[in-house]
Design a binder for this molecule. Structure first.
Ligand code: G16
Length: 545
């Protein structure tokens, strides 16, 4: 008989999940009972754990293995029947989503702080995904938080640490532990979606040359298996391929600032045809061509416009969804093809109901996330393969594909300015000030921009009618331009203020325009309306994408 210990504990008051799970500094997670409190609160909020199947894995960052051992003991003590764990404790977020769906698990715990840096002084995170493979919707995360505020004990099985490194299945007491290869199921799924024959032909012959930056995070082994071993790309097509506990000290956020090595290469004379990067847990993607960066909003629009060229979507797509701050480029494609188009709050969890109801096939966010109904998470390598498949079928460079899209639909010139680690109180004051300003803005004229509406985004889910209020400030102009203000839900230090600006242009001469110049008037207006610079003392954003 395995001994189950009841451990007395006290609640922590800061375990409210953010945009994507609970993210904190490693040192916060290492506090006595902290992780166990949260996981027990998740388990307490489920109807029952008895006989259930749970998937477990993470992005391999510092504290991943320790956390997994604690969770195994909690899961056994709480009555789970089976744990499916990625070998070495590894599973990318999209792979975990697929494994939950494929093996009909009841849910999964994914250990990751996504694109946030890793290491003893950096970030860790944990999120719960439900039976459909998607991030727990708000009614779940609210329940986790409520339980965490009232927790007084948790349950821990007295067992030795489990061997995570050998694939296989065995029992500890009544709990079946199944250690699986983290890549195989996912790679098989990709081979069902894309034309692997065509890709193999073009990648192994060098017809398409590529550079994929795994940023020393989870996608290294996935890219190695799929791009190199299955599709025949040269081994040096992957850079920073080895996953490291601290992601090599880098910031595994695939954008032009943090994936600088890749960006420099793609804008040099030595640029290959195709460049891409993914993030810490493998759900984000950045797409580049020779001397061109594809914004995530354009990427979604271009995917939607060309979906029928990809085997899995050859019969067409049911609809598209984008998060509110994502540009309106996908909406133009939806309109042209007479497809339903949905605008959801930021956070992948809001796409789950639409995907389950087959209202949409493709969805995406400006925050370097795109995905489809194949899983219930955004999916970095899927996006890379989608683009490679597109380039292979069209036999056109990325830049030509993008230019042709703009010719047909016009260009939504877009940029996001981030101000990181702003004092929380100051950030709250800025938002309070903006909210106060909103009623006075409509019909005011600022240079060439007349305000059409100014509000706080509130979303009613079309499937279950749940309402999510306060999802960011929108200022829309009569010419379709927008300024959006949002507070990040994934940061761990102070507050991160995001300003998103977009302007539509169907003037071909604007197709080469630098977004910072083309958007200068709107950016200045956003800074003036929010009084951001005066209030924070900052002179420029931390990151511009
Ligand atoms: C997470 C969510 C995304 C969301 C992003 C926004 O990304 O999964 O759906 O778009 O956060 O972040 P923020 O609230 O900071 O703007 P990830 O990749 O961190 O899991």
């Amino acid at each position: 008989m395995t001994t189950i210990n009841t451990i007395k504990t006290n609640p922590y008051t800061d375990q409210k999940p953010g945009t994507s799970g609970l993210r904190k500094k490693v040192k916060v997670f290492q506090q006595t009972h902290y992780l166990a409190n949260f996981v027990q609160s998740v388990f307490n909020s489920l109807e029952t754990c008895d006989g259930k199947i749970l998937v477990l894995g993470g992005d391999g960052r510092y504290f991943n293995r320790e956390a997994i051992q604690i969770i195994i003991k909690l899961a056994l003590a709480n009555g789970f029947a089976k744990l499916i764990i990625g070998q070495g404790g590894l599973l990318s977020t999209p792979a975990a989503s697929h494994v939950i769906r494929k093996y009909k698990a009841d849910g999964g715990l994914i250990l990751s702080a996504s694109h946030n840096p890793a290491g003893v002084d950096e970030d860790f995170g944990i999120k719960y995904n439900i039976f459909n493979g998607g991030p727990a919707p708000e009614k779940y995360t609210d329940a986790f938080f409520q339980h965490s505020l009232n927790i007084s004990e948790y349950y821990l099985a007295e067992i030795a640490d489990v061997d995570l490194d050998n694939v296989g299945s065995y029992n500890i007491a009544e709990l079946e532990i199944n250690i699986i290869d983290p890549v195989t199921d996912y790679a098989e799924l990709m081979a069902e979606i894309f034309d692997f024959e065509l890709l193999k032909q073009q990648l192994s012959s060098g017809e398409i040359s590529l550079c994929f930056d795994a940023m020393h995070a989870i996608t290294g082994p996935y890219a190695q298996r799929i791009l190199v071993e299955m599709l025949g790309a040269p081994a040096d097509s992957i850079i920073n391929a080895e996953p490291l506990l601290d992601f090599g000290g880098g910031h595994p956020d695939p954008n032009l600032v943090y994936a600088k090595e890749l960006a420099d290469l793609m804008f040099s004379d030595a640029a290959p045809d195709f460049g891409a990067a993914s993030d810490g847990d493998g759900d984000r993607n950045m797409i580049l061509g020779n001397n061109i960066f594809v914004t995530p909003s354009d990427s979604l629009a271009i995917m939607a416009a060309n979906a029928t060229l990809i085997p899995a979507y050859k019969n067409g797509i049911s609809g598209i969804a984008r998060s509110m701050p994502t540009s309106q480029a996908p909406d133009r494609v939806a309109k042209a093809y007479n497809l339903p188009c949905f605008e959801t709050p930021t956070g992948w969890k809001f796409f789950g109901n639409l995907l389950d109801a087959d209202k949409i096939t493709l969805c995406g966010e400006e925050s370097f996330g795109t995905g489809s109904n194949h899983v219930r998470e955004k999916d970095g390598l899927w996006a890379v393969l989608f683009w490679l498949n597109l380039v292979a079928v069209k036999k056109q460079p990325v830049a030509e594909i993008v230019q042709a899209h703009w010719q047909q639909f016009g260009r939504d010139i877009y940029s996001r300015h981030d101000y990181d680690a702003v004092e929380t109180e100051i950030a709250n004051e800025i938002f309070a000030h903006l909210i106060k300003l909103l009623p006075s803005l409509p019909i005011q004229v600022f240079g060439q921009y007349t305000v059409a509406y100014a509000d706080e985004f509130c979303y009613t889910d079309p499937i279950d009618q749940s309402v999510s209020a306060n999802q960011g400030i929108r200022i829309g102009f009569t010419n379709g331009s927008r300024i959006i203000f949002r507070l990040s839900g994934t940061g761990t230090v102070g507050a991160t203020i995001r300003i998103y600006v977009e302007r539509f242009s169907d003037d071909v001469s604007q197709h080469k325009a630098d977004p910072q110049l083309a958007l200068a008037e709107l950016i200045l207006l956003a800074e003036q309306l929010s009084e951001l610079k005066q209030r924070t003392g900052r002179t420029e954003p931390t990151v511009i994408t």
